[in-house]
Design a protein around this ligand. Structure first.
Ligand SMILES: [Fe+2]
Ligand SMILES: [Fe+2]
Length: 200
């Protein structure tokens, strides 16, 4: 049934099929997705790789660098989803409650990121907090890829154009936030958003 639906929506729009790109899902399967979804899924895989590297890292300096990268990557990813993808999805998908749940999950993840960013590698609970963040993100990512994104594909949202917007905004934010040093930039972004409550 779901397959029929998605075939229908794919065939009525020329160009969408040709814009599809291969990307790995959370469960390791390779699938073809419209650009916006593929772009976000590539970011999901990239942050999962960093969490894996953290698990294997033994050196504190390496752990610190990985944590900085993870926090910055997650801050940028959450922001582009909240600015661009979630508002469009909330208007268009069958179950907009999924978007509200995703936004609340972002808020919880950001609280954990903010805690980690005030700590130092080796502090009590540091490794535990990074581990819990990775598990929390894995859960969130699975929900996006198995529920939210499939619903979004069945709408008229132009996911090719959205892909370009997401990529451009991500580049802009990365540049902006890297300018004053990754660690401070990412912390600033998360702190500003927590104060403004922008994510809820
Ligand atoms: Fe998300
Ligand atoms: Fe995501």
């Amino acid at each position: 049934m779901a397959t029929q639906k998605s075939k229908k929506s794919e065939t009525h729009k020329d160009g969408i099929d040709s814009a599809k790109v291969s990307v790995k899902r959370f469960d390791g399967r390779t699938v073809k997705q419209p650009e916006a979804i593929a772009f976000l899924m590539r970011q999901h895989r990239a942050v999962e790789d960093l969490f894996d590297e953290y698990e294997d890292a033994e050196d504190d300096a390496e752990k610190g660098e990985l944590t900085q990268k993870i926090c910055l990557m997650l801050a940028v990813h959450a922001k582009i989803e909240e600015e661009l993808l979630y508002p469009a999805a909330r208007e268009a998908i069958e179950e907009p409650d999924l978007v509200d749940e995703a936004a609340v999950e972002h808020a919880t993840a950001k609280d954990l990121i903010a805690q980690i960013e005030t700590m130092h590698v080796g502090d009590a609970l540091y490794d535990a907090k990074v581990k819990v963040l990775s598990e929390y993100i894995a859960h969130h990512v699975e929900e996006e890829e198995s529920e939210l994104f499939p619903q979004l594909k069945r709408t008229d949202v132009d996911l090719a154009a959205m892909g370009e917007q997401l990529e451009a905004r991500a580049e802009e934010l990365e540049e902006e936030l890297s300018a004053g040093g990754n660690e401070r930039a990412s912390r600033k972004l998360v702190a500003a958003e927590s104060r403004a409550g922008a994510h809820i």
